[in-house]
Design a protein around this ligand. Structure first.
Ligand code: URA
Length: 189
């Protein structure tokens, strides 16, 4: 059994379980602190992420960093960030259900190894897959759900905030709730 994220990453880099392996430049496994107790899960790599091999490095990623830094979190030190899909869907289309099914194997292993106390779903795609199939970001963002001892919360995707900046305030409120939860759980930052 694989017992470290580094080992898991090595296996993941070889993955050929779905056709996205043929069009990818890089597998985007995830980045951050492997010992963190907070895991952020986005949707799928975009163009920049595919080229650089890291999640959330484009404009949306800069916005995500602003929110993280706003509550005293640093993406390299205090959290781990991954996506539902490790490879970029062509033209950034939505992930297909069978791609997510196959790729979920990696995420399950990541969660098994990390055992995060909090998972933040960034955007509807990960919230619908991991929290509830009928998750509505506009109604349920910022609410923590206990799933077998792990607290899960969904918030807006930064790309949605770039399209509609009026949601930025509500999104930052979610991050403030996250900050409260981190304190409540006694997670050391
Ligand atoms: N959008 C995501 O959901 N993840 C990324 O890594 C980049 C953009």
């Amino acid at each position: 059994m694989v017992n470290s994220l580094e080992e898991l990453r090595k296996h993941c880099l070889e993955c050929k379980q779905c056709p996205l392996c043929e069009t990818r430049n890089n597998v985007v496994f995830g980045t951050g602190n492997p010992d963190a107790q907070i895991l952020f899960i986005g949707e799928a790599p975009g163009e920049n992420e595919d080229l650089q091999g890291e999640p959330f490095v484009g404009r949306g990623g800069k916005l995500l960093d602003l929110y993280l830094n706003g509550i005293g979190l640093d993406r390299k030190e205090n959290i781990y960030i991954a996506n539902m899909l490790k490879c970029r869907p062509p033209k950034n289309r939505d992930p297909k259900p069978d791609e997510m099914d196959k790729c979920l194997v990696w995420l399950r292993e990541l969660v098994r190894i990390m055992r995060p106390k909090i998972i933040v779903c960034v955007g509807r795609i990960s919230a619908m897959r991991l929290i509830s199939p009928d998750f509505k970001v506009t109604k349920e963002h910022g609410i923590f759900y206990d799933k077998n001892g792990t607290l899960m919360m969904g918030t807006f995707h930064p790309a949605a905030l770039l399209r509609d900046p009026r949601k930025k305030g509500e999104c930052f409120e979610d991050f403030l709730k996250l900050q409260d939860k981190i304190k409540e759980l006694g997670i050391k930052i």
